[in-house]
Design a protein around this ligand. Structure first.
Ligand code: 5GP
Ligand code: SF4
Ligand code: MG
Length: 465
């Protein structure tokens, strides 16, 4: 999912709209915006994409100087508009609106506990926990944390809520005249702060600041809670120091290349993945072909490292969205053919290296390879700018189940045959880790099975679901 927020602007809902539009790649199922109009929270939620779903009359309705917004793709809970965010509820401290990117791994047991205590749930999304936990009426002020007088009604209760949820979350909340931002102590999902005059902005990725001509200020730190009102901006660090677990898949695929996340430009890391892939490879070829769009940046790195020409051998139809984000396999398959066409001008008679960012189910790649063969490519060498995906993600990325992952079903040679290429090579796990600044601060569990939060516990939760 993608989240965005605006504090202190007469154009709050318009800016939130523009920001969330530039985060559309993080979710296409539904979109929602809430604003604080000075007395109450107003909300618009729709299914579908930002530009089609949100109308001028919606933005006119969303009055006020503070706003938060969300684009959703489902990792937990049902898809469609029913679970669209922001989720807005009355709590013991008053009305709160929340948007969340991530996945709460102990959702099932927390939900049971709350229901047994008479707290009702209106949605099947884990995000509702952030509000319902307020209703236990508990609060927590960890040792060494000083709470500002303006925050005593809210922050200790939020700290209690966050002491109960476990997993991945970057969130934004509206509460009265305040905007609150937070990131789990592992830092799984990105979240940044931007500035534009006296307006502060928040976004999953820094690319969202460019659309409103704001400047990137800094990332929200792992385990940091930021609260802003007219008295200024305050930060709390309620968690004991945990290991970090930034999602490396954000660099491989999920984030836009023009975003600055986890202390690096996604573009630079992604290009380095291609360079490293090239260093691990010596196949003879005439030309490097990226699979648009996700393969373009690593292909640039690969081609530059090996001094091979890069050519656009696959042309993308820009009126079709990202293929994997559709929730069913049937739609995904159809979309591949709608999206890409082979460019015979550069393929005929050539030995080609085809670069993609990741291989997940193998179904997309199989169709692309067939397309390249039909267009006359002489040899096809598939190169993947990440290691085999061997495990599902429990922390907010919608990877398929273990059984659907092709690398769990077949060995390298069988995958090569299945896809129909002359050779197949992945980036090594060591190579992937060498492309980020502090490898120990990253989660790479879907490539390594090294889960930063106990996977047995998660698996048990899942089974009970
Ligand atoms: P495959 O050949 O494994 O079906 O698809 C690989 C391509 O589609 C890559 O370009 C990758 O960007 C994207 N992709 C397909 N399915 C998924 C998925 O379930 N999750 C993710 N993260 N990416 C996918
Ligand atoms: Fe990211 Fe993979 Fe870790 Fe999930 S398991 S947080 S996709 S690196
Ligand atoms: Mg792709």
């Amino acid at each position: 999912c993608g989240i965005a927020g605006v504090f202190n602007s007469p154009y709050a809902s318009q800016y939130a709209f523009l920001q969330i539009y530039s985060l559309q790649h993080r979710g296409q199922e539904s979109v929602g915006i809430s604003s604080w109009d000075g007395e109450d929270i107003r909300t618009v939620k729709k299914s579908g994409r930002v530009l089609e779903a949100i109308k001028q009359e919606d933005l006119n309705f969303l009055k006020g100087n503070n706003a938060i917004a969300h684009v959703r793709y489902s990792t937990a809970g049902d898809s469609g508009a029913a679970n669209a965010q922001p989720i807005v509820k009355e709590t013991v401290v008053g009305k709160i609106a929340v948007v969340h990117n991530g996945n709460i791994v102990n959702y099932v047991s927390l939900r049971r506990e709350l229901e047994s205590k008479g707290v009702g749930f209106d949605y099947s999304s884990d995000t509702e926990l952030f509000l319902n936990l307020f209703n236990l009426g508990e609060f927590l002020i960890p040792e060494g944390v000083n709470v500002h007088p303006r925050d005593v009604d809210f922050i200790p209760r939020l700290m209690y809520v966050l002491s109960r949820v476990e997993g991945a979350y970057s969130f934004l909340m509206l509460y009265k005249d305040k905007l609150i931002a937070g990131r789990d102590p592992y830092g799984f999902r990105p979240l940044s702060i931007g500035r534009k005059g006296k307006t502060l902005l928040f976004a999953s990725e820094s690319c969202a600041f460019e659309t409103v001509e704001a400047e990137f200020w800094r990332e929200v730190k792992p385990g940091e809670i930021v609260i802003i009102d007219e008295a200024g901006i305050r930060s709390y660090f309620p968690f004991k120091q945990e290991r970090r677990a930034y999602c490396i898949f954000e660099f491989v695929y999920f984030s836009r290349p023009d975003s600055f996340i986890f202390g690096d430009w996604a573009y630079n890391v992604r290009k380095e993945l291609g360079r490293q892939l090239a260093r691990e490879d010596d196949v003879e070829a005439d030309v490097v072909i990226p699979v648009p769009d996700s393969g373009v940046v690593p292909a640039l790195g690969y081609a530059q490292e090996r001094a091979l020409p890069l050519e656009m051998g696959l042309i993308r139809n820009h009126y079709v969205g990202r293929s994997f984000i559709e929730p069913t396999q049937e739609l995904r398959n159809l979309r591949v053919l709608m999206k890409l066409s082979p460019n015979r001008a550069v393929l005929e008679g050539k030995r080609i290296v085809v670069i993609d960012d990741s291989l997940v189910r193998g179904t997309t790649s199989k169709r692309i390879v067939a397309m390249l063969r039909r267009a006359g490519a002489k040899e096809i060498h598939m190169r993947i700018a990440s290691p085999p995906v061997i495990g599902p993600c429990y922390y907010g990325i919608d990877t398929p189940t273990r059984e659907e992952l092709i690398a769990n079903q077949m060995d390298l040679e069988d995958i090569r045959k299945f896809i129909g290429v002359d050779s197949l090579r992945y980036l090594s796990l060591e190579g992937l880790r060498s492309c980020v600044a502090n490898r120990n601060d990253f989660c790479d569990a879907c490539f390594s099975n090294d889960y930063p939060i106990d996977v047995d516990k998660v698996a048990i939760e899942r089974k009970r679901d």
